[in-house]
Design a protein around this ligand. Sequence first.
Ligand code: BES
Ligand code: ZN
Ligand code: ZN
Length: 490
Amino acid sequence: MYKSIAVGSPKSSRIMNLYLVAEETRRTPEHVKDESALDAAFKDPGFKAEPAELSSVTDRGIWLGVGAAKELDTDRMRSVGSRVVKRLSRIDLKSVKIDLDCLPKKNRDEEALGRAFAEGLGIGNWRMDMFNGAASRKKDARGKLTVSCDSSDFRRGMTSGLMLAEAMNLTRRMAATPPNICTPSHVATTARMLARGSEGLSCTVITYQQARRLGMGGLENVGKGSANKPCMVILDWKPSKPRTKEKLALVGKSITYDTGGYSMKSPAGMKGMKYDKNGGMAVLGAMKAISDAKLPIRVFGVLPAAENMVSSDAYRPDDIIRMYNDITVEVTNTDAEGRLVLADALAYTCRKLKPTAIIDIATLTGGVVVALGHFCAGYWCENGSFGKRIEQAAVHSDEKVWKMPLWEAHRDFMRSEHADLLNSNPKRSAHPIQGAAFLSHFVDADIPWGHIDIAGTSALDSGNDVFPAGPTGWGVRLMFDLAESYLGKT
Ligand code: BES
Ligand code: ZN
Ligand code: ZN
């Protein structure tokens, strides 16, 4: 592991060449610029250029396999970056120049490949050791790794990739922070610190008392059973010279722990519920990336933060509560708490921040994990052009989404006999859609709105090519790309 990674100049001395090589270039080297380097690569006995395979170190440099050239896309580059960074640090390399001359040149988007490779480096270089104590073996971090490349497109891509990985790692660190430390007020403190470090980014916090006075019955009721009282964090990125009139709002569920409340979860279902704040933590990371990149578009980040606990003050099934927009809700299940805090956040965002588009992101339902697993997030959006924009951002970022339906029949399914709405219909069906349908009642009809359920993607039970088991920072890249899409780049 390195202390830090940065993009440097390809001209610096004592630099190690790192040649990227595809498997089939050995047989068809005609598209390759530097054939002698290619020959040298395959002289290394056993080197097959498999993804993330490293050759031995030679005078000329090292070869790094990327697998089959026809499969070389951003997903592959990200996984190669994530897997190779640990090995580079083990052989103690300090400065490498990525050489693309041994790759087929056809149709390659070097900026996109550079970004994905550097995202991988940054993701793979992160580990969760903040809570290692006296009984842990110390693994010292190496110094700094400098990466460069002759291609300015690839270099530009790497700069944004490293920046995005840092933002994702903030999200992952917050997500992994346990609930005895990461309380709603800890979320607020972290957001304030983020804003303090970035000109143009400001942070206001609606306290528990203020939320009560404002009539935010959702946030109040979900959070009041805990000694760690709820709050709502509002980040505002105001660029000095906006290039568009659009104002995007990102709203993230930030339940710092979800016991289920009186509709209590089973022990197996409760374990891991520190990750129930991951939507909000992804918003935090996206706001960091957007402000670090100084994107010339106004963006709000809204984090309703609460802990869902039991106590004599906690809300209970059968309670009827009044929300920020005066809609009343019959609580049938205290474990359907995310939609209650999000509903207040969405209604507040529409009324006070007046965005031109809203996206909310939440670990909202176990049902979406059953339906889609960890392969993609579920998304809902009934506005054609905004839905397309979300899908394009998902493709661009490789954070995949799958569209789910939201019809009038679903919205009606949430109506209550004794109040305006139910927070969950006791007829247990279509839970992920119920969540979206409930939320839709709290968004102004004339504001394009999308909802993303990341219960399956925001943390992994077992690792994959890019991430170890644990939080993934899912959504940071998608929301960044969504904001950037208004600037005509994506
Ligand atoms: N935080 C959970 C959803 C969840 C489940 C996230 C598994 C990650 C992994 C949410 O608050 C919840 O409990 N939802 C209920 C809703 C139901 C009571 C209507 C669910 O999905 O069972
Ligand atoms: Zn719950
Ligand atoms: Zn929850």
